[in-house]
Design a protein. Structure first.
Length: 344
């Protein structure tokens, strides 16, 4: 346990070489993922079939020896478990039934009813905690309430989260009720992942950047703080990584305000700025632009080295600024890893 590099970085240790993993490391850029995905039939069946979900989680560990594995699942399994309809349209993304009125909200199940649907996810975690190499850290995750709510309100991904912002303006009480139900469900879900063997949990707030001013406090900061406080009460030794993507200057102070052990940085934040303003409070994760996994070459090497150097005086976990994309070249991933591990 004590010798897992990711856990050491999360405890605040400055390591000579940062440990590394990659958002969406199990994904369509890998031929072995595409083969298992085809075997499963569709994306949700892959998420809900423990042997196959464990298999795709392990694939990037076998190929690259990353320091962490992230549970293969999706942030939208929570709305599914709360009783909404969820399906994925190939080439387009997720579709859901929508919550736009009190009567829609009243069809949602209570937070503690999610286990019925999510039991296979906990089984995936149990398989992984048996099968991962002893030096590899197992990360569980959930979406943050705001980000998940944007999909539940719009019924799909949206470029500007317009429908969620509109509901927030028009019916604050209903919007708050959605956030509260998601906050409770997220606590329940992450606790169950930890009970099953997750050693770290990460909260993905992919659309945090569209919350401004007081909204950021109320709907990005406050739910994260509630989730982390509840988890720390039950599982004080489990580190939490928060990812308020595109939070910009609001990255500063986010760890202190929420109790997160680490904040994940997207690549719109300059590493030199973040080293001064964010890493002063603890571990940071990030933040190479995922486009380098497509383009590769000397630019990838130079930018990787710049990031490693910028964060070298404090605790750091190397990662991308966002998920790797399907058009990435698996060889560029190897080049990034070799560059991180051979630098200095
Ligand atoms: O990081 C990992 O490898 C773990 C698994 C994981 C997935 N999604 C698998 C996935 C994680 C952590 C997520 C998080 C997720 N899912 C987020 C937050 C992080 C982010 O990327 O901003 C969001 C917003 C979602 C919702 C979601 N899931 C969308 C919008 C899509 C469609 C877009 C796309 O890339 O096709 C998904 C599908 C999805 N989730 C895929 C994977 C590997 C691709 C599905 C496929 O195989 O066809």
């Amino acid at each position: 346990m004590a010798n897992k590099l990711i856990l050491r970085a999360l405890e605040g240790e400055t390591l000579p070489v940062p440990p590394i993993w990659m958002m969406r490391q199990a994904g369509r850029y890998l031929p072995e993922y595409r083969a298992t995905r085809a075997q499963a039939g569709d994306f949700l069946s892959l998420c809900y079939t423990p042997d196959l979900a464990a298999e795709v989680t392990l694939q990037p560990i076998r190929r690259y020896g990353f320091d962490a594995a992230i549970l293969f699942a999706d942030i939208l399994l929570i709305p599914d478990a709360l009783g909404m309809d969820l399906w994925f349209v190939t080439g387009e993304g997720p579709r859901l039934s929508t919550i736009t009125s009190e009567s829609d909200f009243n069809t949602l199940k209570p937070a503690d009813a999610i286990h019925d649907k999510l039991a296979p996810v906990y089984e995936t975690v149990r398989i992984l905690s048996r099968e991962l190499p002893e030096e590899t850290t197992l990360i569980g995750f959930a979406g943050a309430p705001w980000t998940v709510a944007t999909y539940m309100i719009a019924g799909r991904g949206t470029p500007d989260q317009g429908p969620a912002h509109a509901l927030k303006a028009e019916n604050r009480a209903l919007f708050q009720a959605v956030i509260d139900r998601l906050t409770e469900a997220t606590i329940t879900y992450l606790s169950a992942q930890i009970d099953a063997g997750a050693e770290v949990v990460k909260i993905f707030d992919s659309w945090a950047g569209s919350l401004k001013g007081q909204d950021f406090d109320d709907f990005a900061l406050e739910p994260a703080k509630r989730i982390i406080a509840a988890l720390k009460q039950k599982h004080p030794d489990i580190p939490v990584i928060a990812f308020p993507r595109e939070a910009g200057e609001r990255y500063e102070g986010f760890a202190k305000a929420t109790g997160a052990d680490c904040v994940a940085l997207d690549n719109s934040v300059d590493a030199a700025w973040a080293a001064v303003h964010v890493q002063k409070d603890g571990c940071v994760q990030g933040n190479l632009a995922s486009s380098h996994m497509v383009t590769g070459g000397q630019a990838l090497v130079d930018e990787t080295r710049r990031i490693v150097d910028a964060f070298s005086k404090g605790p750091h976990i190397f990662n991308l600024g966002h998920g790797i994309t399907p058009d990435a070249d698996p060889e560029n991933v190897q080049l990034m890893i070799d560059t991180v591990r051979s630098h200095r």
